[in-house]
Design a protein around this ligand. Structure first.
Ligand code: NAD
Length: 483
């Protein structure tokens, strides 16, 4: 069992207080590295969500609504400093809860601190415009907070997603109700304690763990919520969007992907190799922007295959705290999903496979990272998001075919292009349908400053960077006629 001296893992955080769930219902939280129970967490109900939204509305009408932008920024910076101070504890919690190698968890804690710093610095720089208009008018725009914003997040990168979504929403002056995933919510609760310690006024943030169909659905449907930021699966994203339509509120959907990296024959393979593999297996492939498709120009196929096989032979999966290349998958359910996709690859040749360390606990949810050779672009494994450490090599003849394969899944989150040809780099950056295109790199180390989001089945709206602040504000135009 996990001992947490500085916050209550089995409580709900509403109006600056740790309280028991009104339902008095609890759920078990599992350590995916060994299948053991970590502890109990609250199973928030619609009544808890109702109380959280009410407290958030009161905060907006009261102390939080009166905090000026510069002071909001200072509070976020204080949160950032506290996250840095507690980064060791936070990353340990995230590693145990999510099963991610401890170095990745440390990177996630650092990212959370950096998001709060970035949005803290931006809080007093969110400005409207004055607009030239007819004689006798002064016209300007105001950027106002939406009000209560709902944040429904997944289990794969809790700290990073809290940083980019709650950080930006608070900076813009909203009050946030956060519903973390039932499969990983410890750092969300820890974040609430940090925010309180940093002086965030009561009610400006609530954290209500619970099941998706209960607490999540209640939050998305609550009439007091003015904006929904959802990060998760396509299936649930569709439900959230139709719920948002009922209440006519804006929604940001950060969904899945089938992101390609395209490798041309003139690419710097030495530079590309760590990204080609790393972006596929990071967080055991449970990353929205995972690069699950490697598109390779036919003439380079054998050479790249050899390099990938050699890299895969060194990959090892094991317990999060052992800090190997991969940890376990989040749950038995996720393991079943990934296994079923591996079965669907029966007609393909397995080009390479990593290993699971022999002393990995039997009840942990481990899977060997797997690279499939020559895969047709319309194969189910080249079309659907697996959300596990599975990559497919897809050969292409020329640039046009590469673009058509890259754009051929309906998803469009991230893409990477590896080529030394400058004109081709610029052409592909325009032709590829994705929210982010990386040239001769992939992911830019997380890119807190860089707007991020999808097109098509990957969602819509942008988080990260300054752009997120526009999404968390509503624009009002004021036209004054003074003659
Ligand atoms: P999920 O959709 O199952 O759950 C996400 C969140 O939604 C959880 O908090 C869950 O409790 C809640 N939820 C579930 N059903 C709900 C309902 N009916 N109403 C309201 N809330 C509900 O996703 P997951 O399995 O936790 O995460 C994996 C998915 O998230 C993958 O598809 C991945 O690509 C995506 N993801 C996207 C991004 C991005 O930025 N684009 C980032 C991380 C993960």
């Amino acid at each position: 069992m996990l001992e947490c001296a500085w916050f209550d893992t089995d409580k709900i955080f509403i109006d600056g207080e740790w309280i028991e769930p009104l339902s008095k219902n609890y759920m078990e939280l599992e350590n995916p590295s060994d299948g053991e129970t970590i502890g109990e967490i609250a199973r928030g109900s619609d009544s808890d969500i109702g109380a959280a939204v009410e407290a958030a509305r009161d905060a907006l009408a009261g102390p939080w609504g009166r905090v000026p932008a510069d002071e909001r920024g200072r509070i976020l910076i204080r949160i950032s400093r506290l996250v840095e101070k507690r980064s060791k504890e936070l990353s340990r919690l995230e590693a145990i809860d999510v099963g991610k190698p401890i170095d990745q968890a440390i990177a996630d804690a650092n990212a959370l601190a950096r998001y709060m710093e970035f949005y803290g610095g931006a809080a007093d720089k969110i400005a409207g415009q004055t607009l030239p208009f007819k004689q006798g008018y002064t016209v300007y725009t105001l950027r106002e907070p939406h009000g209560v914003t709902a944040h429904i997040i997944p289990w794969n990168y809790p700290m990073q997603i809290i940083g980019r979504s709650v950080g930006a929403a608070l900076a813009a002056g909203n009050a946030c109700v956060l519903k973390p995933s039932e499969e990983a919510c410890l750092t969300a609760l820890a974040f609430a304690d940090i925010a309180r310690t940093a002086g965030l006024p009561n009610g400006a943030l609530a954290v209500v763990p619970g099941l998706g169909e209960e607490a999540g659905a209640a939050l998305a449907f609550h009439g007091g919520v003015s904006h929904i930021s959802f990060t998760g699966s396509l299936e649930v994203g569709r439900k959230i969007q139709s719920t948002a339509a009922q209440n006519v509120v804006p929604v940001t959907l950060e969904l899945g992907g089938k992101s390609p990296q395209i490798v041309f024959s003139d690419a710097d393979l030495k530079a590309a190799l760590p990204f080609l593999v790393g972006a596929g297996i990071q967080n055991a492939g449970q990353t929205c922007s995972a690069s699950s498709r490697i598109l390779v120009e036919e003439s380079l196929y054998e050479e790249l295959l050899d390099l990938l096989v050699s890299r895969y032979s060194q990959l090892a999966a094991g317990p999060a705290l052992k800090n190997l290349d991969l940890g376990p998958l989040i749950s038995r359910r996720q393991r079943k999903i990934v296994d079923s996709y591996l079965d669907k690859g029966d007609d393909l040749e397995i080009a390479a496979r990593g290993t699971i360390v022999p002393d990995a606990p039997k009840r942990g949810h481990y899977v060997e990272p797997t690279l499939f050779a020559k895969t047709a672009p319309d194969h189910v494994l080249a079309q659907e998001e697996v959300f596990g450490p599975v990559q497919n090599l897809i050969p292409f003849r020329d640039e046009d075919e590469a673009v058509s394969i890259a754009n051929g899944t309906g998803y469009g989150l991230v893409a990477g292009v590896w080529t030394r040809d400058g004109a081709r780099q610029l052409r592909l950056a325009r032709k590829i349908d994705a929210g982010q295109v990386y040239i001769n790199n992939y992911g830019a180390g997380g890119g807190i400053e860089l707007p991020f989001g999808g097109i098509g089945k990957s969602g819509h709206g942008r988080e990260k960077g300054f752009e997120a602040l526009y999404g968390f504000t509503r624009l009002k135009t004021v036209a004054a006629h003074h003659g």
